[in-house]
Design a protein around this ligand. Structure first.
Ligand SMILES: [Zn+2]
Length: 354
């Protein structure tokens, strides 16, 4: 109901020209929209997870930026100009999280064709160990195998598990816990994935050859950096810790890899899974970070804490009307529910053996 009322309001503002007024206003000029993407499908990934959008939708978004004359800025310039009060009209920053291979294969060529700058928050463990990222690959393969209806895998499950939506969700969590409790290494987790594929009748090697659920490798990271992609922090292992020392070590591990891909010193952070503890902003500031982005929706102003910047997480669920309303700023005036943070990125110290 709330959504319908919102869409009605947005239609009204666009139809009456109010949105155009807001779009060119000083109010909007003092605000920055940071867009957040994860994956753009190389195959059918957007049918599997809300974190992926189709290449058609992504291209339409990039076209919308051009057609309403947004000024797409590099992240660090945009944040500096936000503070100085010198942002141009309809300022937008484009960010991608994680560094999935489809960024290299599908998304970046589109961004590049429009000449937009882009920031890639790169998590580096699976860039170096270039095999499928364990957690999403478990979920993706269970989805691929869903027509079988049941998974009979005695190594992990005492009884066969259902492969409907709820069953897959439980099974994904159980397999993740299985790996975590045993403290499996990256290679052991990769072996576990290949055994899961076997039990689902999936050709694991073929998925690997297509780089499904892979991150970009070091050569691809260097290639992107040379083509102007701004590589920034997203932790090495896509994990955060309670202790300041463990957090700093994680950031150092991430930094060491990123600086081997680019001569530019990374200074910006993106919270993994959007998750943060109240103490993280001060840890990050102390580490020397200039900004940190969350997955909370909203526009940034000069008064926004730079260590807690909101973004628009763009998904297939965001309609073209809503997307345009975010570009012109109207959407920021509407009430919205806060997105819940996923606590799954926080690793308690006793489990963090590898
Ligand atoms: Zn991430």
């Amino acid at each position: 109901m709330l959504r319908l009322a919102k869409l009605g309001f947005l239609r009204l503002t666009q139809g009456t020209g109010i949105s155009r007024l807001i779009s060119g206003s000083a109010w909007r000029r003092h605000r920055l929209l940071i867009l957040c993407y994860h994956g753009v499908s190389a195959y059918d990934e957007h049918e599997w997870s809300g974190l992926y959008i189709s290449p058609e939708t992504f291209r339409r978004r990039m076209e919308a930026l051009a057609s309403v004359h947004c000024n797409v800025l590099p992240l660090s310039d945009a944040l500096r100009r936000l503070q100085d009060g010198t942002l141009p009209d309809r300022a937008v920053v484009i960010t991608f999280d994680d560094g999935l291979h489809d960024f290299y294969q599908v998304a970046f060529p589109v961004v590049e064709s429009f000449g937009y700058p882009v920031t890639l928050y790169l998590t580096t463990y699976y860039a170096e160990f270039n095999r499928p990222v364990f957690d999403p690959m478990v979920s993706y393969m269970l989805w691929l195998g869903r027509a079988r209806q049941q998974l009979d895998w005695s190594e992990v499950f005492s009884t066969p598990v259902a492969l409907d939506e709820a069953g897959r969700e439980n099974a994904t969590e159980a397999i993740k816990q299985f790996a975590l409790r045993r403290g499996l290494t990256g290679i052991e987790k990769d072996d576990l994935l290949s055994r899961l594929a076997e039990h689902l009748g999936i050709d694991y090697q073929e998925l690997c050859d297509r780089r499904v659920m892979h991150l970009i490798n070091p050569d691809e990271a260097r290639n992107l950096a040379a083509r102007g992609v701004d590589l920034q922090f997203h932790t090495h292992r896509h994990r955060v810790y309670r202790s300041r020392e463990r957090m700093f070590a994680e950031l150092q591990d991430n930094r060491r890899r990123i600086t081997s891909f680019t001569p530019n010193e990374p200074r910006h952070f993106c919270y993994t899974g959007g998750f943060y503890l109240p103490e993280y902003p001060s840890y990050l500031k102390e580490y020397g970070m200039l900004s940190a982005t969350t997955c909370k929706m909203g526009l940034c102003t000069a008064r926004t804490n730079p260590m807690l910047l909101p973004r628009l997480v763009d998904t297939e669920q965001v309609s073209d009307l809503e997307f345009r309303a975010w570009l012109d700023g109207t959407a920021d005036l509407l009430p919205r529910r806060d997105v819940e943070m996923s606590g799954g990125q926080l690793v308690e110290e006793q489990l963090a053996t590898q």
